[in-house]
Write a protein that binds this ligand. Structure first.
Ligand code: GTP
Length: 434
C-alpha cells in the first residue's frame, strides 16, 4: 500500500460524515465553491455510490468504478448491503486511488506511487485542479448517508486509514442543528460523534449545520458550560411534567446528567463550528478549525498512527520468525540425533507428528488459534513467488521452501541432509497417497 510521509505542504483531507439528511452534500458543495472562490480549488472525491446527482464536480467518483444498482441485482442485496458491497469493491482499488491522489495533490517528487488517470480524470482533464497553477490545499470527501455503513465497515476503515497514511486527515461530523435542540437528541448525537472519534482515531470537527434555521450557540454553550446543560435539562423536565412527555422521566434525566459530565473530557478534543451550507455563514470559521485540526493530526495523531503501523509490522515479522522456527523444529524432530529418544516412536516419527497433510494443517491451524504461530499464509503473503495453487504445490516446491527456510536461518551450509528431509518426505508420501 502506498504510504507517503505527509509534509507540511501536503493537502488536508476533509472527510464529511453525518447522519442521513444532515446536509453533508450541501456542505460539500458550499466548501467546494468557497475554495474555488479563493482560487484554491480542492480535489474532490465522492464515496456515495447511491447518490443520483452530485451538485459539484468530483475528480474521483465511486460511481465511475462501481454500479450500485448492478451490485444490488447481482448479489441480491438491499440498499444498505448494496452500498456496503460497493464500498468493499471500491476499497480493493485503494492503491490506484491513492496513487492518483498522491500524483495530483502532493508536491512534485513527494508521491510514492504513480498511476494512470481514471476515465473521469481524462475527461475532466481541462478542469482538473492538477492543471491549476496553485497547489491543491484540500481533498474533500463526501461519504454515504448511511453513516454506519462507512464508519463501521472494513472498507471504511481501509479508505480512511489509507488516506490518513498519506495526508493529514480531518473528520467533519455534520449535525442537523434544528433537530438537535432537545437535550436527549443533542446527547445522542454527541455519543455518536464520540464513538466515531474512538473508532477512527482521527481529529474531528463538529459542524452544526443549518444555522440559518437554528442558531448553534445553545450547543456550544452546552458543550462548554455544564450548568447550562443542566438548566436546559431541568427546563425540559418541568415542561415534560406539565405536558406529561418524556422530559419528566427521572431515569433519563440522571442518565443525561451523568453523560454530560463524562463527555466533558471528550468535548475538549473537538473543534465546534456553526455553519449554514445555504448561506455560507461560518465557512471561514470552519476552515480555521481545519487548519487547527491538521496541526493536531501532525502533532498527536500521526505519531500514534505510525506507532500502530510499526506494531503491526513487528507482529507480522515475529509471526514469520515463529513459523520458520516451527518448521525448523519439525525438521529437527524427524532428523537424527536432534530429538530426545523418549519423544520418538520406534519408527523414528514423533508421537505428535501428523501422518497426513490434513492432520498437519489441523495442527497448524490449532496452533494459530492458540496464538502460537502465523501459519504458512504470512510467508506466502510476502513472497509472491511462493504463491501456489493446487497443481503447483508439488514436492519440488516444498523442498525448495525448506531449503530456503534453512538457508535463511542457518546459512548455506545448513541445507538438510537426506535424513533431515524426512518431514518433507512424509509430506511427499502423504500427497502420493491422497
Ligand atoms: N436551511 C438549510 N437547509 C439545508 C442546509 N444544508 C442542507 N440543507 C437541506 O437539508 C436537506 C438534506 O441535505 P443533503 O445535503 O442532501 O444531506 P445529506 O446528508 O447529504 O443527505 P444524504 O447523503 O442523503 O444522507 C436538503 O433538503 C438540503 O437542502 C442548510 O444549511 N440550511
Amino acid at each position: 500500500m502506498a504510504s507517503t510521509t505527509p509534509s507540511t505542504s501536503s493537502p488536508v483531507a476533509v472527510v464529511c460524515v453525518g447522519m442521513a439528511g444532515s446536509g453533508k452534500t450541501t456542505f460539500m458543495q458550499r466548501i467546494n465553491s468557497h475554495l474555488h472562490t479563493l482560487n484554491t480549488p480542492p480535489y474532490v472525491m465522492n464515496l456515495d455510490p447511491a447518490v443520483r446527482t452530485v451538485p459539484f464536480d468530483s475528480n474521483i467518483d465511486i460511481r465511475d468504478s462501481v454500479n450500485y444498482k448492478e451490485v444490488m441485482k447481482q448479489y441480491n442485496l438491499g440498499p444498505n448491503g448494496g452500498i456496503l458491497t460497493s464500498l468493499n469493491l471500491f476499497a480493493t482499488k485503494i492503491d490506484q486511488v491513492l496513487g492518483i491522489l498522491e500524483k495530483r495533490c502532493l508536491p512534485a517528487g513527494a508521491a510514492s506511487t504513480t498511476s494512470n488517470p481514471t476515465p473521469r480524470e481524462q475527461s475532466t482533464a481541462s478542469a482538473a485542479p492538477a492543471q491549476s497553477p496553485k497547489p491543491i490545499s484540500h481533498i474533500l470527501v463526501d461519504t454515504p448517508g448511511q453513516i454506519e455503513v462507512f464508519v463501521w465497515s472494513a472498507s471504511g476503515d481501509i479508505l480512511l486509514g489509507s488516506l490518513a497514511s498519506s495526508f493529514p486527515t480531518v473528520l467533519a461530523y455534520i449535525i442537523d442543528t434544528p433537530r438537535t435542540t432537545s437535550t436527549s437528541t443533542f446527547m445522542s448525537n454527541m455519543l455518536y460523534a464520540c464513538s466515531i472519534l474512538y473508532k477512527t482515531k482521527l481529529p474531528m470537527i463538529l459542524v452544526f449545520n443549518k444555522t440559518d434555521v437554528q442558531d448553534a450557540e445553545f450547543a456550544k454553550e452546552w458543550m462548554t458550560d455544564f450548568e447550562a446543560f443542566q438548566a436546559a435539562l431541568r427546563r425540559e423536565q418541568e415542561e415534560g411534567e406539565v405536558e406529561g412527555g418524556m422530559g419528566g422521566s427521572g431515569y433519563m434525566n440522571s442518565l443525561l446528567n451523568s453523560m454530560s459530565l463524562v463527555l466533558e473530557e471528550f468535548y475538549c478534543h473537538l473543534s465546534v463550528v456553526g455553519v449554514s451550507s445555504m448561506t455560507g455563514q461560518g465557512v471561514d470559521e470552519f476552515f480555521a478549525a481545519v487548519k487547527e485540526k491538521a496541526a493536531d493530526f501532525e502533532r498527536d495523531y500521526k505519531p500514534e498512527l505510525e506507532r500502530r503501523r510499526n506494531a503491526r509490522e513487528k507482529d507480522k515479522e515475529s509471526k514469520r520468525e515463529k513459523e520458520v522456527e516451527r518448521l525448523m523444529n519439525d525438521m529437527a524432530v524427524s532428523g537424527s540425533g536432534q530429538t530426545p529418544a523418549s519423544k520418538r516412536k520406534p519408527s523414528g516419527r514423533c508421537k505428535d507428528e501428523p501422518e497426513t497433510v490434513s492432520e498437519a494443517e489441523e495442527a497448524s491451524s490449532d496452533e494459530d488459534e492458540d496464538g502460537m504461530g502465523g501459519g504458512m499464509v504470512d510467508q506466502d503473503e510476502d513472497d509472491p513467488d511462493a504463491a501456489h495453487d493446487g497443481e503447483e504445490y508439488d514436492e519440488e516446491g516444498l523442498a525448495q521452501r525448506y531449503r530456503q527456510a534453512f538457508g535463511k536461518e542457518g546459512g548455506a551450509g545448513s541445507v538438510p541432509s537426506g535424513e533431515d528431509m524426512s518431514f518433507a518426505k512424509y509430506i511427499q508420501t502423504a500427497s502420493l497417497n491422497r
